[in-house]
Every structure is written in C-alpha cells, then in structure tokens.
Design a protein around this ligand. Structure first.
Ligand code: NAP
Length: 480
C-alpha cells in the first residue's frame, strides 16, 4: 500500500533529484535516448502486471489501457528519436561580423539547456500516457531534467509500480539515482512545488486544481514556469451545408466522440452548433437509445459529474433530449438542446466543462455568422468545424476565429484522439492551459523544460560541445 509522503520525505527526494540533475544535464543526447528506450522496453516487458493494476484502479477497459500503454512507449521512443536526430537544442551560431548597419557584432552562439528538476502532477484519466511515465516525464527526461511525480490519488498502486519499473530501467541503463521519483498526497505535491530547487511544474488535470497549483508556483519567492494542461469545452460548428449533406454521419460521429471513454477526455466535444431545423438533434437522440452505462474513473469524478448534470438540465431554456442516469455502477449519456440566444444568456453555466458523457446542441438561426458563434468561448484545446470542402458561407472567418481561441483546429473530424505527432499542439489559451506558448503532446513538448543560453566571443575550447565549430554531437544548427 502507498502512504502519503511527509515533508521530510519530499525534501529528501528533491535532494536526490538535484544530484541526479547535475549528472543528467551532462549526458549526451545519445545517452538520454538510450535511457528513454530502456524505459519503453521495460514498460512493455511489465505490461502483464501494469495493465491489470490500471484496470482495477481506473475502471478503464483492458483494450483501451493496452492501447494507452503502446502510446506511452511510442512517446518515449519519439523523444529518443528526436535526440538522435539532433534537432532539439535550437542551436544558432551567429559568427562575428564587421559590416552590419549597427557596426561590428560579436560571435554569438545560442542553445537550449535543461531547466532543472521538474515537479509533475499526473491526470486520472490517462493512467499511463499522462502519468508517471507519460509525456511530461518523457519530455523532461529528454531535455535532461530529473522528475518527481505527484501521483494521482485515482491510481496510487499503479503509480508506485510504474515508478519502480521506470527507476529500475533507468538505473540499469546508467541513469543516476533520483532521476525519477514519486510522492503521494496533495500536501506533498504543494511542498514539492514550493521547494526552491524545483525549476518547473507540469500538470494535467482539472482547471481548478491546475489553477490552484499554478498560483502556488507563481507565489514562490522565485516563481517558476508551471505548464498546466487543463479542462476544455471543445466547441464544434456545423455549417448549414454540412448539416444538409451529412447529418447522419455527423450525428453518429458526435455520439461516438462524446461518449468515448465515458466522456472523460479533455478533448471531448461539449457544445455543438447546428442550424435551426437540422435533423442532427433527432438523429443523435435516436443513436443514444440503447447507450450502455459506463463506469467513471473514481468516486470524486462521479460525484462532480452527478452534481453538474443535476443542475444542467434545470437551466432555463435547456431541453433534455436524453437524460442520462448516474448510478454507482456507471453513467449513461445525456443530450441537451438550446438556442443560441439562451446559450448567451446562461453562458456562465452552459459553457463550463462537464467531465463525462454529456453534450449540448445549440441551434443557431438562419443568417447567423458562424465565426461569431465562437465569440463567447474562452481558450479551448480544440475547435472542430464540419463543412463542405468546397467552402461554405462564413467558413473562412470561422477558421480564422478558431485560431484565436484554440490550440488545434479539426476539420470534418472529431477532437477526441490526440495524435502523437511532431506537428501536434495539445494546449491553448487559458483556461485550456496555463501557458499558451507550448504543447504537452508531441516532441516539441520538450521545449517547456529547456531555456536558452548565449555565449558571446567564448573560444572553442570553452564552449559546450553543441556550440563548438566541429559540431561533435552532430546537432542540427542554424549558422549565420
Ligand atoms: P485533478 O483533480 O485536477 O487532479 C490532478 C492532480 O492535481 C492530482 O494529483 C491532484 O491530487 C492534484 N490536485 C488537484 N487539485 C489540487 C490542489 N488544490 N492542491 C494540490 N493538488 C491538487 O484532475 P483529474 O482528477 O485528472 O480530473 C480530470 C480533469 O483533467 C478534467 O477536467 C479534464 O479535462 C482534465 N484533463 C486535461 C487534460 C489535458 O491534456 N488538458 C488531459 C486529461 C485530463 P489528488 O489526486 O491527490 O487529489
């Protein structure tokens, strides 16, 4: 059984993480790639232990967890590949010049170095991919940072077992002790984030939890970056033309997307705009007729979801097309409908994230400007647009408006399912994330744990290897 960590315990773990960082930051990219590959291999070798543990603690089905573990090892190997490709340090070498409009300039060489030990807070709904060995840990290790994870209370035994597997793999592959550790309990997480030697925080979870911890990071005597990936409403806009041409496919796709994983995805579509008179509401209602009950992740999430559902269908002007049941054994989906005017009147309530299988359809009137439908939304991980590829009225403006509020814009698809790709942005303006500057999925996530340092007129022998003339590490470099 895991027990809550004490403050002394947290301090001792940070001591070890600081020592480990001092060695990790000096490792070569190839050595770090080998560490990440060793972790991936060890997770695969221990799948038969890890997956049943995850199933027991999270109530997620085996097939989903098997896929998630594969995603987790793929993420680790993607960062290893990035390190081997030498394209992670943004090296710029700007040789001295005598003839610029501002006169002579010095020899300047810039690269990115690891920030320091990272405090990582994992999410409940991805016990592998956004937890102990997930994307935040992989990207921080790739950068050369040690990591201390605040385990999620929803899967403590899995966190402890995963950490043991990862630690063994790291140490066998030559990593220092203290490269990865875990603490338990909210107070330990706060103590960890407040330790002056922690250089950055990473978080995946609720908007409230993320904001509370962001405030802790900002209130330190020496504030640190805190990368929170939070909740999101993920609006979907269906054009009049798309509603006429493919109502069936859109209704089915919507139902699949918002009920997937019992709606417990930060990318679940929460609000979908359809034109007045569209058949999509009726088709979606029919598609939900025999929807099975699905277990939610834990009691805390079940209680919060039950509470939001109980209030939601009583908001004035909200029609209940399907009222889901919330019981101890699971939940069935809910489908609501309202008008654009009513949504605007009750935006505070109707535009809150509801973490579970529940969605609201909003009917917009003839002549409505599609771009303006997005005006009442705050930052969102995604915006989805369903339209005809030939270009429907107002779609160009809607795409442009979407880019102002979202990290990812989905065309004729669904937002659930975040591809692990070098070009992925999983983040967005607040409140979908606490920093709109980065992504937590895809290899550019490494950038959160690196900072730039420039060397001015330093002779070759005094430079770090990445900046030397001979480029001994074979890094991708821009030379001016
Ligand atoms: P959560 O309740 O916010 O918990 C996340 C972590 O933060 C846990 O370790 C929790 O500790 C800790 N925590 C929360 N509030 C805290 C506080 N006030 N002080 C100290 N520690 C605190 O998140 P969750 O249970 O995973 O809930 C699901 C939410 O995550 C949804 O809103 C979903 O949209 C979001 N999510 C976002 C993404 C994304 O990538 N943007 C991905 C998945 C999920 P304990 O466990 O000990 O309580």
């Amino acid at each position: 059984m895991t027990t809550l960590s004490t403050t002394e315990n947290v301090t001792a773990k940070v001591d070890a993480a600081v020592r480990a960082f001092d060695r990790l930051r000096r490792t070569s990219p190839t050595e770090r790639a080998e560490l990440l590959e060793a972790v991936a291999q060890a997770l695969e070798a221990n799948a038969a232990t890890l997956i049943p543990l995850a199933q027991a603690e999270s109530h997620l089905p085996q097939a989903r967890l098997t896929g998630e573990l594969a995603r987790t090892t793929y993420q680790l190997r993607s960062f290893a590949q990035l390190l081997r490709a030498g394209d992670f340090a943004e090296v710029i070498i700007d040789h001295a010049k005598t003839d610029t409009p501002l006169g002579p300039t010095p020899d300047l060489r810039r690269h990115l170095i690891p920030l320091g030990p990272v405090a990582m807070f994992s999410a409940s709904n991805f016990p592998f991919a956004f937890s102990v060995a997930g994307g935040d840990t992989a990207s921080a290790l790739a950068a050369g940072c040690s990591v201390i994870v605040k385990a999620h209370s929803g899967h403590p035994e899995l966190s402890a077992t995963t950490a043991a597997v990862v630690r063994d793999a790291l140490v066998s592959a030559g990593a220092p002790d203290g490269t990865l550790d875990v603490v338990y309990g909210q107070q330990s997480g706060i103590a960890l984030l407040q330790d002056p030697r922690i250089a950055a925080g990473a978080f995946t979870g609720s908007t409230w939890g993320g904001r509370a911890l962001f405030d802790v990071a900002a209130a330190r005597q020496r504030p640190i970056p805190f990368y929170g990936e939070l909740g999101s409403v993920n609006p979907v806009v269906v054009s009049r033309e798309a509603s006429k041409a493919k109502a069936d496919a859109i209704a089915t796709g919507l139902v699949d997307s918002f009920t997937l994983g019992a709606g417990q995805f930060c990318t679940k579509p929460g609000v979908i705009f359809v034109p007045e008179g569209s058949t999509i509401p009726k088709l979606a209602q029919n598609a939900l007729a025999d929807a099975p009950a699905q277990a939610l992740l834990n009691d805390r999430i079940t209680a919060a979801y039950a509470d939001s559902e109980a209030h939601f269908h009583q908001v004035a002007g909200v029609d209940t097309l399907v009222l889901g049941a919330v019981t101890d054994v699971g939940v069935t989906p809910s489908l609501f409908r309202t008008t654009l005017g009513n949504l605007l009147e009750h935006a505070g309530t109707l535009l809150e994230e509801r973490f579970g299988p529940s969605v609201i359809l909003v009917e917009y009137p003839a002549g409505a400007d599609l771009a303006s439908l997005l005006d009442s939304f705050e930052g969102s991980l995604t915006v989805t647009i369903h339209a005809l590829d030939t270009g429907d009225v107002g779609i160009g403006d809607a795409l442009d408006r979407a880019s102002l509020i979202a990290g990812r814009i989905v065309w004729n698809g669904w937002p659930t399912g975040v591809a692990v790709s070098a070009a992925m942005t999983h983040g967005g303006p607040y409140p979908s994330a606490t920093s709109a500057l980065h992504t937590s999925v895809g290899v550019t996530a490494i950038r959160r744990f690196q900072r730039p340092v420039s060397y001015q007129n330093v002779p070759d022998l005094g430079l770090p290897e990445s900046l030397r003339n001979a480029n001994p590490l074979g890094l991708v470099r821009a030379v001016k």
